[in-house]
Design a protein around this ligand. Structure first.
Ligand code: T4K
Length: 402
């Protein structure tokens, strides 16, 4: 057990974990089940273009999302592009800067200008009051992000969209299995997009899905994601190839078979971190609100430097030196990244103080199937030791120095 500064790996002590602990280590809950599906697909000789596994995956995702339609796609980034194109967004769309770059990239790629908006610091999601101030006659939509699986302020955003006749879409990349006030994520926007990237707790190697209750939009999405073909085999619009293949669907279905177990594991890990870090001054594990259901695929810790005596980067540096490969989603925010920072058109007249503050305060700790109770207990012990050492742990600088 480490008890002094010199015991920390960053300060010359032994490294706690021989193997790295990752944020986003893929869950592979049932190798045999996956291999069986893959073998069946190979035997059928139907590898892509709407095989039975993709059809089944779409039906299962629609069930989880509570929507009538689901179109499986090769990844969520392309899924967002397909949706933006099919929904006919143009001009400007209001989007958080505190998100993964895929969200504004998808807009920009489709010729739509992302207008970066500030967030509610508690949820990390679009602040409806700030959204209202950014609506102009060029605005055609709002693209919210359910960051870390916490549902956006869906009622307020719906009211704004209705009042101004805007399309309301959600990037739900983090949020399969999440919900709010008894409704599942997927059912809040005109359409929403999930990610099933390998690092997501339900994964399809690479994959995504667009869900909606809008029949006409679903038909357009299906067409755009398949070269613009309609059901009759005519090419009716410009489209792309965004199809999911059968092997990805095999993995996605196998993950969904084990959804309750994966959720239970994430929840148990989350609760263990909450207990393990309870009472550490200035260090808080973020938790869902009482009316929310979370998939807990991200364990996000908030470091208040003034109270803790060290900042997020110092703690991240200590943990990374111990082979705990924490992530800092999303630092920097999108408006600070190279493709956007020098483009005046994406910068709203309003500052983004909450986005910038949150991006410097939070980090994600490892969770999922590969993380065991003793890993969490040891991680919490390291954080507790840092808390007793206070400012001394900052001496070696920041995450960026490693
Ligand atoms: N919208 C939002 C809000 C998003 O967060 C994302 C993606 C998207 C849209 C777009 O979704 P996709 O187009 O990807 O479907 C990851 C993911 O690449 C990305 O999907 C995700 N968000 C983003 C938040 O995180 P990194 O840079 O953390 O991934 P990477 O490759 O560094 O992996 C993280 C850790 O996981 C590593 O330490 C190693 C481990 N790992 C990773 C992979 C891929 C493995 O052990 N095995 C693996 O196969 O971006």
């Amino acid at each position: 057990m480490k008890t002094a500064l010199r015991d920390l790996a960053l300060f010359g002590g032994p490294v706690v974990f021989a193997e790295p602990l990752h944020v986003g280590r893929p869950n592979i809950p049932d190798r045999d089940g996956l291999m069986k599906r893959v073998a069946e697909a190979l035997d059928r000789g139907r590898l892509t273009n709407f095989g039975p596994l993709v059809r089944e995956f779409e039906a299962r995702v629609a069930e989880v999302a509570g929507t009538r339609h689901c179109v499986a796609v090769c990844n969520a980034t392309v899924g967002l592009q397909v949706l933006i194109c099919a929904a006919g967004l143009r001009g400007e769309v209001i989007v958080p800067s505190f998100t993964y770059v895929a969200t504004p990239h998808a807009l920009w790629w489709e010729g739509v200008t992302p207008i970066f908006c500030d967030i509610d610091p508690e949820t990390g999601n679009l602040d409806p009051a700030q959204v209202a101030r950014l609506i102009t006659d060029r605005t055609t939509g709002i693209l919210g992000v359910h960051v870390w699986g916490r549902p956006c302020a869906v009622d307020e955003l719906r009211a704004l969209a209705d009042e101004h006749d805007l399309q309301l879409l959600y990037d739900s990349a983090h949020a399969i299995g999440c919900g709010k006030a008894g409704r599942p994520v997927g059912s809040f926007g005109r359409a929403e997009v999930f990610s099933f990237h390998a690092t997501k707790f339900v994964n399809a190697f690479e994959g995504g899905a667009i869900v909606t209750d809008d029949d006409a939009l679903a038909a357009r999405v299906r067409s755009v994601h398949y070269f613009g073909f309609d059901d009759g085999g005519d090419v009716v619009s410009v489209g792309t190839n965004a199809k999911m293949n059968e092997i990805s669907a095999a993995m996605g279905l196998t993950s969904l078979d084990h959804l309750p177990g994966l959720l239970a594991r994430n929840r148990a890990n989350h609760e263990r971190y909450v207990r393990g870090l309870a009472g550490v001054p200035g260090v808080r594990v973020r938790e869902p609100a009482p009316d929310e259901v979370s998939n807990h695929q991200f364990v996000t810790v908030d470091v208040d430097a003034g109270t803790a005596g060290f900042d997020r980067d110092a703690l991240a540096a200590v943990l990374r030196a111990e082979n705990v490969l924490v992530r800092t989603h999303f630092d920097p925010c999108c408006h600070r990244r190279a493709p956007y920072r020098d483009r005046p058109e994406v910068h709203s007249p309003l500052p983004l103080p909450h986005s910038e503050a949150l991006s410097s305060r939070v980090m994600q700790l490892p969770t999922g199937m590969s993380i065991e109770d003793h890993h969490i207990d040891q991680i919490c012990e390291i954080v507790r030791l840092c808390s007793t050492l206070g400012p001394a742990v900052s001496v070696k600088g920041s995450l960026r120095d490693l």
